[in-house]
Design a protein around this ligand. Sequence first.
Ligand code: ATP
Ligand code: MG
Length: 398
Amino acid sequence: MVKVIAVANQKGGCGKTTTSINLSASLSFLGKKVLLIDLDPQAHSSIGLGVNPEELEQSLFDVFDEDGKDVDISDVIVKGYKNLDLAPAQVILSAIEQKLSGIKGRESKLAEKIKTLKNAYDYVIIDCPPSLGLLTFNALCAADEVLVPVEPSFFSLHGLKKLLETVALVREVTGRAITTHSVITMFDRRTKHSRELVEDIKNFFGDNNLSVIVRKNIKLQEAAQAGKPITEFDKNSLGFKDYMQVAVEIMERCGRDDIPSISSFLAKEDPSPFSVREEVSGNDVVATATTVAIEIQTASRTDVAVSCYPKVVTGGVLFSFCAQEAQCIEIAGDFNNWERKKLNTPGLSETTWTTVVPLSLGVYRYKYVVDDIWVADPANEYRAPNPFGGEDCIFEVS
Ligand SMILES: Nc1ncnc2c1ncn2[C@@H]1O[C@H](COP(=O)(O)OP(=O)(O)OP(=O)(O)O)[C@@H](O)[C@H]1O
Ligand SMILES: [Mg+2]
């Protein structure tokens, strides 16, 4: 069954188009058949996929504008990349509100037209304009899910209540359960302000906020300028990694059970959004390690813990975790049937607990246990949900 996802937020410039293009491209990269509907008269999704709206004979305007013609979405589709098709926009789409005024059923026009596609696609992604007018209302009426990109800026939460109210109205009118998700975009970890705003956004959306945070990455802008999705522009970029994670998380949240493993697509030592990169030099080895601090709260104390991204060494994989007041640190994973194994107690003047686990090539899930509290490795942002409602860390030995 096709899943229709409207990417909506009436605030301008929050990343709707970038998310629409790159979520669509990442889903298609993962083997899904995707249609991207550019519902914005600015036609940025069309331009961002290398289509010149001025050269088009027909576009979504013709699909909406009856005028005696019977134009379906399939009549205006432009073939994009691999499994990705585009239904493009032209500036004339801005006239549709006036053109359809007073016409019965004008809010459900897009939903009707999407039905004619039958099951040609796994996902239909709709890039909405920055307004809550007729076009966005059409997208919401057609949607199973709404994805709200939010960029951490002073006004980012302003107006979101209105959007959620509109979604609630559509739920009532159509009688369908539409789920809203949010994704934080354009995150710049260097500013404290940005980090604080992220917390505000997370608090506002709660569990509906995707756990992946899309970082500010110039490659996403360059890709759009080159008329390509990030999957075709730079597979080593943070933008590629982040949007691949968005795609996987969306698939999980849509309840799809055929989710491919993406760890093989991703670089091994990519820092998490909050991480600090440090050069660590050994005897004659220079490695780049990612160390990240978190707070572990127990009933009696708060402990600042620092972990290091797992590292392949002679004899296996080195796991290291430092928590100054910890009495016992253990590791468990699918490589040892989730049996907790104690890390080596640090020497008197040291605080880092380490262990080398002999692992052959493969992808593994693991977690640390600090004084009986299960903790995801803060240095490892590659996560997958576990049956207990938490997340396991994913590590690949390649
Ligand atoms: N993660 C990112 N890193 C760097 N630049 C980004 C990122 N996401 C978006 N941008 C840039 O920010 C600008 C606004 O993004 P985008 O066009 O996706 O927003 P929008 O919500 O679609 O805007 P509009 O409301 O006008 O439709 C663009 O120049 C885009 O390239
Ligand atoms: Mg846009």
